[in-house]
Design a protein around this ligand. Structure first.
Ligand code: ADP
Ligand code: MG
Length: 567
């Protein structure tokens, strides 16, 4: 027999396993959802590859998952005839966490279990959840088109073994040896009810073995025929997105999200649409509740799952969402794209553009609706993803107005760092003399809030938006007006408060301007080439002086931003 090899888990896997076991104790049954979800993904991948190479089916194109339990041996087995894994794939998929930036992320763990398990949630649950109920997991797998099988085995405690095996059937078999205290899962009825609860939406059949039913007699002595033992489908086995909206329950949408989104939280919102006409497609788009840990990682994969006529084509098709909506998860099923569509073809394609346009406006509408009807949820959304949305005005000129409506700011109205003021609210609070939307951008919220430029506004009771996110200066350079009110930075050039200045005050200012003319000259000479100009200002009420940018120059924020990207 082949040599057995022992390998160690990546450090992060050990931490993940440990945290998972301690944080999911109240919801152990989800291990089955995760393993069935993986089996379904494996079927999708095989079907896709078989489009160009039918031999991969090995005369078995009837893709399915089977679940069985053995009470005596105390095991649960999940078998699929999907794509399977090679030795290398087993090592990378079941021994590491294959996401860039993971090590970095794990360095931030605090050691406080309850806090850390919250963080860990961003990874989704996945295969390792098997160890919540099992103290020994065996994976036997053979990749489609390959002849060599491989067996992986682990107790989930730091290492695993690998051994080459002969495996006739293609695909993957996962045998869970249950922990003594989790015996209850080795029960057919228990397993059935878990599948019904979490995996009914899986589009391939999930089957369980039904024992032989002997011939019997009915109440009136009539004969009831015997039934032979057989594998019986226990899920609905139709692709959820092909069903009618009115027939899908919220629960089903939520469970489906966990499957397509590889997330363990429920989504915040979703939109399911069938589009007919020139381009025909179905979209099912979800807004997650939490931002992934790598939202700002440039190499991060994002995008939708793409299906063509119900056949899975690819994950992470990023062409259907603009970058400022890169947190959206879900799927598209197109009737117009060819089955052999590639990323290159998608790149520059009329169908892609039409779908992208439709999906973008659908997401924006969904957010608008949430902002209007579910303010708390919208605030949750904004706290997680607001900074990404702020890239919108620069990226998506066509939807600038709609995006501006979605923006939320801190302002002097509350002086709180929570960004919860909309432009509509700001305008509503404006007095009749005010015709501009005033804002200040600084390095931090504290700096914005205590900016000396604010003094005159506070005195006059004029609300000012307080901006301090990295992206803010960039965003404001692309926002010119909202509802016919233009934006005005209070730190730029000659600030004209227009009608907001009263006549008497103006006169007094002119007087004092004359008085200090000599002083201004002296300061100008002293500062020399370090400044462009020195001006008298009536903007300050408490501070003696402040630095401003000329109207045509870059603001100090923008200069810093440009420096940070190497300009
Ligand atoms: P995810 O499903 O989010 O990728 P998992 O932890 O659930 O993460 O699975 C990790 C990887 O292991 C999968 O991406 C896949 O490559 C591989 N895998 C897991 N189960 C199977 C299976 N039944 N058949 C083929 N590959 C599998
Ligand atoms: Mg998975």
């Amino acid at each position: 027999t082949a040599q057995k090899e022992t390998l160690g888990f990546q450090t992060e896997v050990k931490q993940l396993l440990n945290l998972m076991i301690h944080s999911l104790y109240s919801n152990k049954e989800i291990f089955l959802r995760e393993l069935v979800s993986n089996a379904s993904d494996a079927a999708d991948k095989l079907r896709f590859l078989a489009l160009s190479n039918g031999e991969l089916y090995e005369n078995d194109a009837d893709l399915k998952v089977r679940i069985s339990a053995d009470k005596e041996a105390n095991t649960v087995t999940i078998t699929d005839n999907g794509i399977g894994m090679t030795r290398d794939e087993v090592i990378s998929s079941l021994g590491t966490i294959a996401k860039s930036g993971t090590a970095e992320f794990f360095k931030n763990l605090t050691g406080d279990q309850s806090k850390d398990s919250q963080l860990i949630g961003q990874f989704g649950v996945g295969f390792y959840s098997a160890f919540i109920v099992a103290d020994q997991v065996t994976v036997r797998t053979r990749k489609a088109g390959e002849s060599q099988g491989i067996e992986w085995q682990s107790a989930g405690e730091g290492e695993y073994t690998l051994q080459e095996i002969a495996k006739e059937s293609r695909g993957t078999e996962i045998i869970l040896h249950l922990r003594e205290e989790e015996k209850e899962f080795a029960d057919e009825w228990r397993l059935r009810s878990i599948v019904t609860k979490y995996s009914d939406h899986i589009s391939i059949p999930v089957e369980m073995y039904k024992a032989e039913v002997p011939e019997s007699e009915g109440p009136d002595g009539e004969k009831i025929a015997a039934e032979p033992a057989k594998w019986e489908g226990i899920n609905r086995a139709t692709a959820l997105w092909t069903r009618d909206k009115s027939e899908v329950t919220d629960e089903e949408y939520k469970e489906f999200y966990k499957h397509v989104g590889h997330d363990w939280e429920e989504p915040l919102s979703w939109a399911h649409n069938k589009v007919e006409g020139k381009t025909e497609y179905t979209s099912l788009l979800y807004i997650p509740k939490k931002a992934p840990f790598d939202l700002w990682n440039r190499e991060r994969q994002s995008g939708l799952k793409l299906y063509v006529q119900r056949v899975f084509i690819m994950d992470d098709a990023e062409q259907f969402m603009p970058s400022y909506l890169r947190f959206v998860k879900g799927l598209l099923d197109s009737n117009d794209l060819p089955l052999n569509v590639s990323r290159e073809i998608l790149q520059d394609n009329k169908v892609t553009q039409a779908i992208r346009k439709g999906c973008t406006s659908r997401v924006l509408k969904m957010l608008e609706r949430m902002a209007k009807n579910r303010a708390d949820d919208y605030q949750t959304f904004w706290n997680e993803f607001g900074q990404v949305i702020k890239e919108g005005p620069a990226e998506d000129m066509a939807n600038k107005e709609v995006i501006a409506k979605l923006l939320r700011f801190s302002s002097t109205h509350t002086d709180d760092s929570t960004q919860n003021v909309s432009l509509e609210q700001y305008i509503e609070r404006m007095n009749s003399e005010q015709d501009k939307i005033y804002y200040v951008v600084a390095d931090s919220f504290a700096a914005a809030k205590s900016s000396p430029h604010l003094e005159i506004f506070r005195k006059k009771g004029i609300e000012v938006l307080l901006l301090s996110d990295r992206v803010d200066e960039w965003m404001m350079s692309h926002l010119t007006e909202f509802n016919e009110k233009s934006f005005q930075s209070i730190t730029r050039g000659d600030l004209d408060l227009g009608k907001l200045d009263d006549e008497e005050a103006k006169k007094a200012q002119e007087e004092s301007e004359k008085e200090v003319a000599g002083l201004v000259e002296r300061i100008k000479t002293a500062l020399g080439d370090n400044v462009k100009d020195v001006r008298f200002t009536h903007r300050l009420t408490d501070s003696p002086a402040c630095v401003v940018a000329d109207d045509n120059d870059m603001s100090s924020q923008m200069q810093k931003l440009m420096e940070s990207v190497g300009q």
